[in-house]
Structures are given as structure tokens and as C-alpha cells.
Design a protein around this ligand. Structure first.
Ligand SMILES: [Zn+2]
Length: 242
């Protein structure tokens, strides 16, 4: 199975890092895609864009290495994303190449403290639109100098959106991924960003992180979970209810 995480800014993936690491350990191909370099962060005040890109690339290599994932950046512009067809097409071309069976991204409808960022809503939107565009060879040919028609990605895709920040879309089913085995990997990623962005040391950020994951898992019977709402374009049949 190929698993793709599509986010707006480096560190957005902290909410699914343990899920990604778990799939990587199982032998799945895992890729993290950031649609921007997160250049608006006050950390990069006065830093030229080319330099921000270099720093972000270096950190991305470290973070992807911790998780066991590949990574890729687009440069759609921090706070400048439109949720447009052109943006979705860039992702669709990546989908046709990487052929994800599952995608994780932001929630474009639910309330909460993180989704109001316009890039997060736009990213969730183009991540979903790209599933449709990736099915159309003619769309995939656009803006590309290709001799052969690319192979469209028409396999079913399970589409997961963050449900752990604020109020998830109540019309969608919710799943918890048991991440007890890989919570330490996610904590390492969280700690990496905390150190590089804020210079924080010590255990405080790590403890806060774990409290959040444990709160997710409330009533699930497992110590740590990461939770998502699920959109399916096709609904599989099940043999029995239980
Ligand atoms: Zn973000």
C-alpha cells in the first residue's frame, strides 16, 4: 500500500507522524508532501526565500528520515494558496506517479483551532480534487511536455482528514489508529520541530504532545491514537456486521 500525507506547512504532519511511521514499519511506501515551504513563519523573518527552501529541505530530510518516509515540496506560497484547479493538478500529477491507496490531509469543513488557516482548507480541498483529476489522462497531460500519455490513477483511494484538532466534520465516520507502537517516533518529530523552530529544550513539549495523543485515545481502550474522519469515493462491501 502507498500512503501519502498532504499538508500545507512543515510540522503540519505532527498529527499523523505515528500513523505514517507505523505504515513505514509495515513495509508500505510512505510519502509526505508539503504544498509550501512555510516561509511566513516568524522564524524566517528577513530570510530570503531561496535560503528558507534550503533550511526546510534539510529539516524535511531529517523528519522524513525519522518517520521512514519519502518527501516532496511544492512551492504554492505560504498564505497564498487558492484551492485552485492548477494547484490540484500539480498534486494529481504526483498521485499518478506515486499511486496512493490512502491519503491523509487537513479537514476542510470541521471547526477548530487549526483548520481556520486558509492554506489548510485549500490543501484539504486540492488533495481531494486531485483524486478526481488523477483519473483523467487528458488532465494529467496539461502543462507537461510528455511524449506518452501518463497512466491515470483510477484505483480506489481512502481519504482521511485530521479529526483531532477542534470539531471534526460530524457527517463523516471517525477512525482511531492505534499508535502505541510508534508514538515515540511522533514524539521525536514533534521534539525536532520544537527545538528547531522555538529552541525549546527539555521534556515539557514532549509531555504536552503525549497528553494530547492520550486524550485522543479516551474511551478507545488503547493508550495513544491518532484520529481521522474518512471519505470514501467507493464503499467496499463487508461479509458480516461483526
Ligand atoms: Zn500549517
Amino acid at each position: 500500500m502507498n500512503l501519502l500525507a498532504v499538508f500545507s506547512h512543515p510540522d503540519d504532519e505532527c498529527g499523523c507522524a505515528a500513523t505514517l511511521a507505523k505504515h513505514a514499519r509495515r513495509g508500505d511506501q510512505v510519502m509526505i508532501v508539503w504544498t509550501t515551504y512555510g516561509e511566513m513563519s516568524s522564524k524566517f523573518k528577513g530570510v530570503p526565500h531561496a535560503e528558507v527552501k534550503q533550511i526546510r529541505e534539510r529539516w524535511a530530510r531529517d523528519v522524513a528520515g525519522i518517520i521512514g518516509a519519502q518527501h516532496r515540496f511544492f512551492d504554492m506560497g505560504d498564505t497564498r494558496m487558492q484551492g485552485s484547479r492548477e494547484e490540484a493538478l500539480q498534486l494529481a500529477q504526483l498521485y499518478a506517479d506515486f499511486r496512493p491507496g490512502a491519503i491523509i490531509t487537513w479537514d476542510d469543513k470541521g471547526g477548530g483551532t487549526f483548520t481556520p488557516h486558509p492554506d489548510h482548507r485549500a490543501t484539504a480541498r486540492i488533495a481531494y480534487d486531485a483524486v478526481v483529476l488523477a483519473r483523467l489522462p487528458k488532465a494529467l497531460m496539461e502543462n507537461q511536455d510528455l511524449d506518452d500519455e501518463p497512466e491515470a490513477h483510477r484505483d480506489p483511494v481512502n481519504f482521511y482528514q485530521y479529526a483531532q484538532y477542534g470539531t471534526p466534520d460530524p457527517t463523516l465516520p471517525l477512525v482511531h489508529v492505534d499508535v502505541g507502537d510508534t508514538i515515540e517516533v511522533a514524539a521525536q518529530v514533534y521534539g525536532y520541530y520544537a527545538r528547531h523552530m522555538h529552541g525549546q529544550q527539555g521534556e515539557f513539549p514532549l509531555e504536552r504532545f503525549k497528553v494530547g495523543r492520550a486524550a485522543n485515545a479516551h474511551h478507545t481502550g488503547t493508550p495513544f491514537t491518532e484520529k481521522y474522519t474518512v471519505k470514501r469515493m467507493y464503499h467496499p462491501t463487508i461479509p458480516y456486521l461483526l
